[in-house]
Design a protein around this ligand. Sequence first.
Ligand SMILES: Cc1cc2nc3c(=O)[nH]c(=O)nc-3n(C[C@H](O)[C@H](O)[C@H](O)COP(=O)(O)O)c2cc1C
Length: 399
Amino acid sequence: MSTRSAVHSKAFTPGRLGQLELRNRVIKAGTYEGMCPRGLPSDALIRHHRDLAAGGVGMTTVAYCAVSPNGRTFEDQMVMSPKLVPRLKVLTDAVHAEGAAVSLQLGHCGAFSRNAELPGRRSLGPSAQFNEYGFMSGIMFSKAMTEHDIADIVDDFGTAAAGAVRAGFDAVELHMGHGYLLSQFISPAINQRQDRWGGSLDNRMRLPLTVVERVREAVGPKFPIVAKTNLRDGFKGGLEVRESIGVALRLEAAGVNALELIGGFTSKTPMYLLRGERPLKEMIAVEKSWAQKLVLAVLGRAVIKEYPFKEMFFLKHARKIRKAVRMPLVLLGGIVSLQNLETAMQEGFEFVAMGRALIADPDLIDRMRRGEVTRSRCTACNKCVAEMDRNGVRCVLDD
Ligand SMILES: Cc1cc2nc3c(=O)[nH]c(=O)nc-3n(C[C@H](O)[C@H](O)[C@H](O)COP(=O)(O)O)c2cc1C
């Protein structure tokens, strides 16, 4: 019999996401799994989320499901379609059997894509731009979306969200951060449009808000919609907190059920969203293209800026959103200990999300609750990022 006693924390009590009750306030943040060869959810993906559910999280998030084929950053990502639904239903059933809820992250990569199957080899974004993320894959420039393209993408988000409901998900998470399409529209640096989709914050928010409206129509009034949105883009001229407060207020007014607060731009400041070591050697090793390997080896240090890891690294900015809105907020970024969970609750966040700490230990929450550990063993080495492109995301501390 264990001599340790159960730990009591508000984080381990039920929390409400709209009408959905989660058994506790810890959400597994979406971390791309790399477990969908040819876009099909594998057994490994199902096991991965079942293990997280069995390990005690309130809700797990299946990362990055593209809403349309041209919304993929690269070829092996899932694209929502009726064909995917039965397989995803196996996954949601497996998570539910362990007592957790499961959300599906829906996204479109917009301008930054290295998807070789992209029609015409031109990615679509708010404005025509050089595609620094995909130029080595032959996708040199993005094209400015037409009204017709925008209407299609809004429809795609709606159709994909309806697919998530049919597949048994408990919530959808709309990716509006990290420099993906909706984040590109919000960003004053990237969105250079002169029409009703660009310029003022009201105009830059028009696409994210139209997507929320369409998704709401598709999922019905009770189904939880979470938006993952940037506090700061993390580069000069990008979104800053004074505007992200306006983003949050508009999403709250639009009836989004919770905001998951984050920052950074995958194509420009990838380490700003992670912090910690830059796993260049490992990224070069798993890179399939020789040209890309060379670019990473020669330019990697210069173009991928490193930011030191700090616990709760977005708390300072997230507090400003906490003061501005009443809706549930999810604090994310560098949450690694029981103390961090407590601080987040004391600061008024309804939920916390954890990425790397739960990649390192899927059962961290149960072990914290049982009093066996007080912090994650994650060292922010970020080698899990390279593992994603090898055989699927995992912690290298297990080697
Ligand atoms: C391996 C890996 C893959 C990731 N993939 C995604 C993703 O697909 N979608 C997303 O929104 N964030 C992704 N992220 C970012 C995480 O959701 C999270 O914002 C970030 O890791 C900071 O949280 P943490 O300090 O708890 O890890 C990824 C992070 C890692 C480490």
